[in-house]
Design a protein around this ligand. Structure first.
Ligand SMILES: C[S@@+](CC[C@H](N)C(=O)[O-])C[C@H]1O[C@@H](n2cnc3c(N)ncnc32)[C@H](O)[C@@H]1O
Length: 158
């Protein structure tokens, strides 16, 4: 199964690339993690509410365009459902059984567009805290790796 992270924002600092890469490379080929970066919309110097809305809409349209009709879409959303590591590993097993490609959406500084949230079959909250979008992709990679180690009985998860 392939899991794609469709994330608003590119040109990430080295610590984000290194952190994400460290966990993504530990996953086996049959659970490959891929990242698709969506350029941030232009918010201008003093982003007005109208410009922010336009930028979020553009980011949302590009994310939706990156999806295939059969993708199982999960929105990363602070207001979503929290999963423990054990619950996430069961999710992973369910996704593998369904055999659909999984696409995880991470919004930009102003969040996901309503259309992206509506397209998602699940909404996943990593914490009640609002996290910066670059950190979310690192956390996701680590949590997916952790959930996989639990599935295969690897000692990483304690
Ligand atoms: C800076 S946050 C956007 C904040 C925006 N006010 C909102 O409510 O979505 C950027 C993105 O990171 C992800 N994110 C941030 N905190 C999260 C959390 N606790 N759980 C899941 N995703 C989170 C979401 O995809 C969000 O769109």
């Amino acid at each position: 199964m392939k899991i794609r992270i469709i994330a608003a924002g590119g040109k990430m600092p080295a610590w984000v690339q290194d952190g994400y890469g460290e966990y993504a490379k530990r996953l086996p080929r049959e659970l490959a993690l891929e990242i698709v970066e969506i350029p941030l919309g232009n918010r201008g110097q003093k982003a007005s509410p109208a410009l922010i809305e336009k930028a979020r809409r553009q980011e949302g349209e590009a994310m939706l365009a990156a999806l295939a009709p059969r993708d199982h879409v999960v929105a990363l959303d602070v207001r979503g459902k929290p999963w423990s590591t054990e619950q996430l590993s069961r999710q992973l097993a369910d996704w593998q059984m369904q055999g659909e490609r999984v696409s995880l959406l991470i919004g930009g500084p102003d969040g996901l567009s309503p259309e992206c949230l509506a397209r998602a079959r699940q909404r996943w909250s990593l914490s009640p805290l609002t996290l910066p979008h670059p950190l979310v992709r690192v956390l996701l990679a680590e949590q997916i790796y952790r959930a996989w180690t639990l599935l295969v009985g690897h000692p990483y998860h304690k």
